[in-house]
Design a protein around this ligand. Structure first.
Ligand code: NAD
Ligand code: UGA
Length: 455
């Protein structure tokens, strides 16, 4: 009989991942639980006003919700009725005590493990879906299998590689799925069970040769390494961008040619305002902390450079605006186009836009923020700051502005009527295209002063 699944944590990972697991395994029951009642109510909302915006997600949820996918706050029944427990709770950077500012805060993880142990009524496979420091599975194993429990818990590591904005596509056609498991017989049996989940009913989902298995520690470290290397590419191209600005080279031209080398590849070479999102910074910091914990100080310093470069990139945006706007920003109006950390998501966690907005606020800028999906989150992120307005319509946001500061590469922005925007702004009017996604030559022709990254 096929094993039923529960996922603890109904966030950006738990929701979409379980929806696709349910879609591709119609013969399994999949239950997603969370302590956040509002989130669960949103997942269950009759008009499908889901708690996160992700292209394609609503269609999948419409197909499977109530069929074999269920959202609930009733963790007790959910854990009792399942055989495989995914844990996808948040693991933010710890902000207190030892490792503050770098280590992962594992309190939600440990609480979940203790809950599973308390509620279990049979053997269970526990799947780490959250991104965790190397050797967390050992700690979980110790908590779960401690004492004289009649039940056996096998802990697997199954890190998720989806990116927000393309989550459904990434889940349906992943480059690879990674499953790390203990090397003993019980461990390998559990790995095989999880491989079957990803292969899907009738082997219709992930081709089995793309489901890679490793030991648990390799799987945990691979996730941190993959994110660190992606983040490092962004910092590397942004470091080149600074040099391009100083020398007259064009970073997009440099990236195009560098990326044409098949050994390097052309992805993740887009210069911009620096990386945001809930994971890159936290996971690189976690790696830094791990290196330090093992006395690997040079390695720690190397990875910390990725973060330093990223912070610097955002500070540089404000310095360049300051210089271009006659060394004073006080009382000038800046229309910020885009607040999400990337296009196609409403997520604003660690978004460069928030950091830049705060720096501009310190300069007494009047900020008018617009974004197709992230305005509600922007309001929460910048709560308490004055001189900020939140505007749905980009044309309204730009009225009487001294500058448009484009922070997110939403595809609607290049299609706007920039002549109309120019005519409604104060002169001299400036555009700072931090994503290099606008037709900068056309903007110059309209009369804009144009700033770009790496040009
Ligand atoms: P999130 O904050 O959106 O979701 C986590 C959810 O867990 C929240 O809804 C929270 O209420 C719930 N939760 C916390 N403690 C709980 C408990 N004891 N019982 C039940 N529910 C509980 O976070 P996320 O973005 O989904 O990330 C979760 C994990 O996945 C993190 O470790 C992250 O690094 C990893 N990850 C995220 C992404 C991504 O794209 N967001 C991609 C890969 C990996
Ligand atoms: C990233 C990884 O791509 C996923 O594989 C991983 O699963 C996920 O982190 C995670 O662990 O949470 P995500 O943060 O959702 O996914 O989005 P990305 O597409 O990686 O973008 C991250 C940031 O880098 C964004 O701010 C984006 O604008 C920026 N970026 C990306 C660039 O500035 N230039 C690029 O070339 C690529």
């Amino acid at each position: 009989m096929n094993k039923n699944i529960v996922c603890i944590g109904a966030g950006y990972i738990g929701g979409p991942t379980m929806a696709v697991i349910a879609k591709m395994n119609p013969d399994r029951k999949v239950v997603v639980v969370d302590i956040n009642e509002r989130r669960i109510a949103a997942w269950n909302s009759p008009d499908f006003r889901l708690p996160i915006y992700e292209p394609g997600l609503e269609d999948v949820v419409r197909e499977v919700r109530g069929r074999n996918l269920f959202f609930t706050t009733d963790i007790e029944s959910a854990v009792r009725e399942c055989d495989i427990v995914f844990v996808g709770v948040n693991t933010p950077t710890k902000m207190f005590g030892r490792g503050a500012g770098r280590a992962s805060d594992l309190q939600y993880w440990e609480a979940s493990a203790r809950n599973i142990k308390r509620l279990a009524n049979g053997d269970k496979i526990i799947v780490e879906k959250s991104t965790l420091p190397v050797r967390t599975a050992a700690a979980m194993d110790a908590i779960l299998n401690y004492g004289d429990s009649p039940y056996r818990f096998t802990v697997l590591s199954n890190p998720e590689f989806l990116a927000e904005g393309t989550a459904i596509r990434d889940l349906l056609k992943p480059d690879r799925v990674l499953i790390g498991g203990p090397q003993d017989e019980a461990g390998q049996k559990a790995v095989a069970e999880l491989v079957d989940v990803y292969a899907g009913q009738g082997d219709a989902w992930v081709p089995r040769d793309k489901i890679l298995t490793t030991n648990v520690w390799s799987a945990e470290l691979t996730k941190l390494a993959a994110n660190a290397m992606l983040a490092q590419r962004v910092s590397s191209i942004n470091a080149i961008a600074g040099l391009c600005e100083a020398t007259g080279a064009d970073v997009d031209e440099v990236a195009r040619v560098v990326g044409a080398d098949s050994r390097i590849g052309n992805k993740f070479l887009k210069a911009g305002p620096g990386f945001g999102g809930s994971c890159f910074k936290k996971d690189v910091l976690n790696l830094v902390y791990l290196c330090e914990s093992f006395g690997l100080h040079t390695e720690a310093e190397y990875w910390n450079g990725v973060i330093k470069m990223n912070d610097h990139q955002q500070e540089r945006i404000v310095s360049r605006m300051f210089k271009a706007m006659f060394n004073t920003l006080a009382n000038k109006k800046v229309a910020m186009f885009g607040f999400a950390f990337k296009a196609d998501t409403g997520d604003t966690r660690e978004t460069p836009a928030a950091y830049v907005a705060k720096l501009l606020n310190e300069e007494h800028v009047r900020l008018s923020i617009t974004d197709p999906k992230a305005l509600d989150n922007a309001r929460l992120d910048l709560e308490g700051l004055d001189r900020i307005e939140y505007v749905e319509d980009p044309y309204v946001a730009a009225e009487d502005a001294d500058a448009v500061l484009l922070m997110t590469d939403w595809k609607e922005y290049p299609k706007l009527d920039w002549a109309r925007i120019y005519s409604s702004m104060r002169k001299p009017a400036m555009v700072f295209d931090t994503r290099n996604c606008l037709d900068q030559t056309a903007l110059k022709r309209l009369g804009f002063n144009v700033l770009a990254v790496g040009k």
